[in-house]
Every structure is written in structure tokens, then in C-alpha cells.
Design a binder for this molecule. Structure first.
Ligand SMILES: Nc1ncnc2c1ncn2[C@@H]1O[C@H](COP(=O)(O)OP(=O)(O)OP(=O)(O)O)[C@@H](O)[C@H]1O
Ligand SMILES: [Mg+2]
Length: 361
């Protein structure tokens, strides 16, 4: 299915899978949910029998706990290192539970209550005064009125006072619209309304949240993928799909990806597979970054030479990811290529070592 969009929301990308799950779903559904917990879980972690793909790689018990939290009267807070698929997971959960993942607030220093709750159509406001017609619902109000999951991305990047406007929607399940009169001045949440928030432990931690708001969420930590093979398969699948979408005619080479993922893991952990301890990069070397470097490597190979990318392309693409946070990271990366990649078995490790001078700077 081609929508012409770069990245349609999950409920569009996986519309067929969702329809199939709905059809075969005979489990009990919590009030307001589009699927039962079991079907929602299958949507996220996959089900071979139903032809549902695995979308999030990780501990299935995390998904169970997350879904149970969503069925309680608390919100769900996903915390973790950057690039561990917190946003992806929140999108998938919202699509499974509510059938819609686009009631999303993007948190930032400049986020205002208007962008979270509601604002006004000024022409109508001036002409008619405040009325339900001149009210423009933002994600929180819509989610409450329609009984859907509201996503709040990077919540800790918002000012504390702004975050706190979630307090009464989460505890009393009501949002006041004081400008209106009569029954319209209170929006009561329908069954199915809840909030999934994400927060990154690197930017501003979860300490940047009021204790009152923290008590209204169940916290779940999303960890990086623990083993090499799982991470490698994920990077391969994602990079293959991205390259196909970018018009690249050759899938990425497995041996190149193996070197790439190993390099990312070693730089992330500060330890080589052989057990040598080395400098960790201060920048983020997440799976999400590995996917994007694999994409860039494939593009370079194909559009510059008409072949799949190689380890030499990897050296050229690494600097832009590995050395963005601190200038010392480039020096650490250079030291790593110099000292740790010589003499490893395989043509791609050799190519990586021999191309080390391509590192810019
Ligand atoms: N466990 C995982 N399962 C599936 N995809 C993963 C996983 N870890 C990383 N990814 C990859 O990372 C991408 C998602 O990153 P996402 O933006 O959701 O991370 P994030 O944790 O929200 O990062 P940030 O903190 O920077 O916002 C996915 O599209 C996928 O390619
Ligand atoms: Mg995110």
C-alpha cells in the first residue's frame, strides 16, 4: 500500500493487521478499548499465526504491564535512554487501544496550555463570543471527549506549570472550560481516555516533574536491546525497508550491518566484544541511530556507485552521528578505529580499518 506519505501513523501503516486482529479478537475488552489486552499485545509484539508483524522488540512482559497500566485509572510513563523506541511504543499502544495514535502533544520549552487543552477560533470568538462552535479542541480535550489515548511526547521538556494541567484530567477525569457556561463548561472524560507520556533520561530527567503528577502515572523503563543478534535483525529489517522506500535497488549487506551494529554496541557500552575496556562516547549510540546510519550507508553505496554500501561508507557516515554531542567523541572514535578494529576476522572489518582515514576532521 502506498500512501505517498513519508511515514503514515501506525493505524494507517498497519490498518490490515488491526482489522484482522479485531476480527479474530474474542477476548474481553476494557471499557472504551478497540481491542482486548491479548490482541493489543499481539499487535505490538507480533503473532505469526495471524500474520501480524513484530513491531517492538523487547521484553513482552513490559508490554503486558504497559497495557494493564492503561486499563487502570493512571497514565503510563515510558522513560529511557534516547532512541530506545519509547515514541514508537507509545504510538503502537495508542493505535492498538484506541485505533488512533495522532492525538499527540509534542512537549518542548515553548509548549503552552492552549496546545494541550483547547484554544479558540478568533474570528468566531469575536463574532459570537465563546461557544462550543468557536472552541478549538487540542489533543487532551479531544481524547477526553472521545475516550481515546492521548500521547504526550517528551513531557519533561515542558515547563512544570504546563505539565500540571494534566493533574485534574488524570485524577478527576474532568477538564474545565471556564469561558463557557452551563453543561458545556465541564468536559468529562469518556471511557477509554488515558495518557501515555514519554520522557528521555538524557535531556531533562523525570526529576523535572512535580511529585503530584508523578503519582498519577505508572512508570515503565524501556531498555536498549540486550543482545547483538536481535539488534542486528531489527537494524536489518528497518534499514531494508527504509532503503526500499528511498529508491535503493540493493538490500544492505549482512556483513556490513554486522560490523555496524557491533561498532555501535561497543561504543555504547565502552567495551569491545573481546572484553577490552575503552572510552565510551558521550553521544547517543542508540539502535535508532544505528538504523539511520545503516540507511545512510546504503544510500551512499547505491547513489554514488550503484552497489550496496560497504564498511568504508560506514566510516564516512559515522562521524555525523557519533560526534555531535562533544568534539572529544570524534577523537575517541578515531582511537577506536585505530586500536580496536585492526586484525578482526572478515573482509568488512579489514575494510573498516583500512578506511579509518576517511573519518572527517
Ligand atoms: N526495541 C526496539 N524495537 C523496535 N524498534 C526499535 C527498538 N529500539 C530502537 N528501535 C528503532 O528506533 C526507532 C524508534 O525510535 P524512537 O524515536 O521511538 O525512540 P525514542 O526512545 O522515542 O527516542 P527519543 O528519546 O530520542 O525520543 C524505531 O523506528 C526503530 O527503528
Ligand atoms: Mg521519542
Amino acid at each position: 500500500m502506498s500512501t505517498g506519505l513519508q511515514r503514515p501513523p501506525a493505524e494507517v501503516r498497519y490498518a490490515e493487521e488491526l482489522a484482522r486482529l479485531r476480527e479474530s479478537d474474542d477476548g474481553e475488552r476494557p471499557p472504551g478499548w478497540a481491542l482486548s489486552l491479548t490482541a493489543a499485545r499481539s499487535f505490538v509484539i507480533g503473532d505469526d499465526k495471524l500474520g501480524v508483524s513484530r513491531k517492538f522488540v523487547g521484553d513482552p512482559s513490559l508490554i503486558d504491564r504497559a497495557l494493564v497500566s492503561l486499563a487502570t485509572d493512571r497514565g503510563l510513563m515510558l522513560v529511557g535512554e534516547p532512541g530506545t523506541a519509547k515514541s514508537l511504543l507509545s504510538e503502537l499502544l495508542a493505535a492498538a487501544v484506541s485505533g488512533i495514535s495522532t492525538l499527540t502533544i509534542q512537549g518542548g520549552a515553548a509548549t503552552t496550555e492552549d496546545q494541550i487543552k483547547y484554544s479558540w477560533n478568533y474570528a468566531l470568538l469575536v463574532a459570537e463570543g465563546p461557544s462550543p462552535r468557536s472552541l478549538v479542541a487540542a489533543p487532551l480535550l479531544r481524547g477526553m471527549a472521545e475516550g481515546k489515548v492521548v500521547r504526550f511526547e517528551e513531557i519533561t521538556r515542558c515547563p512544570l506549570e504546563v505539565q500540571d494541567c494534566l493533574l485534574s484530567p488524570l485524577s478527576d477525569r474532568v477538564l474545565a472550560v471556564p469561558e463557557l457556561t452551563g453543561p458545556e463548561s465541564m468536559v468529562f472524560a469518556r471511557e477509554g481516555f488515558t495518557v501515555i507520556a514519554t520522557a528521555n533520561t538524557r535531556d531533562r530527567g523525570v526529576n523535572e516533574m512535580s511529585a503530584a503528577l508523578k503519582r498519577r502515572f505508572n512508570f515503565e523503563t524501556v531498555f536498549p536491546i540486550p543482545d547483538l543478534d536481535t539488534e542486528l535483525s531489527l537494524v536489518e529489517a528497518e534499514a531494508t525497508a527504509l532503503l526500499r522506500r528511498s529508491g535503493v535497488g540493493a538490500p544492505p549487506r549482512r556483513d556490513v550491518l554486522e560490523v555496524l551494529v557491533t561498532v555501535f554496541r561497543e561504543l555504547r557500552q565502552g567495551q569491545t566484544a573481546r572484553g577490552d575496556v575503552m572510552d565510551r562516547l558521550s553521544g547517543v549510540m542508540s539502535t535508532a541511530e544505528a538504523v539511520s546510519v545503516a540507511h545512510a550507508v546504503g544510500l551512499r553505496g547505491w547513489f554514488l556507485r550503484g552497489e550496496p554500501g560497504t564498511a568504508a561508507d560506514l566510516v564516512s557516515c559515522l562521524a555525523g552521528t557519533a560526534a555531535k554531542d562533544a568534539p572529544e567523541d570524534l577523537a575517541k572514535l578515531r582511537r577506536y578505529l585505530e586500536q580496536q578494529t585492526a586484525g578482526r576476522p572478515g573482509a568488512q572489518w579489514r575494510a573498516l580499518y583500512e578506511s579509518r582515514h576517511l573519518l572527517p576532521g
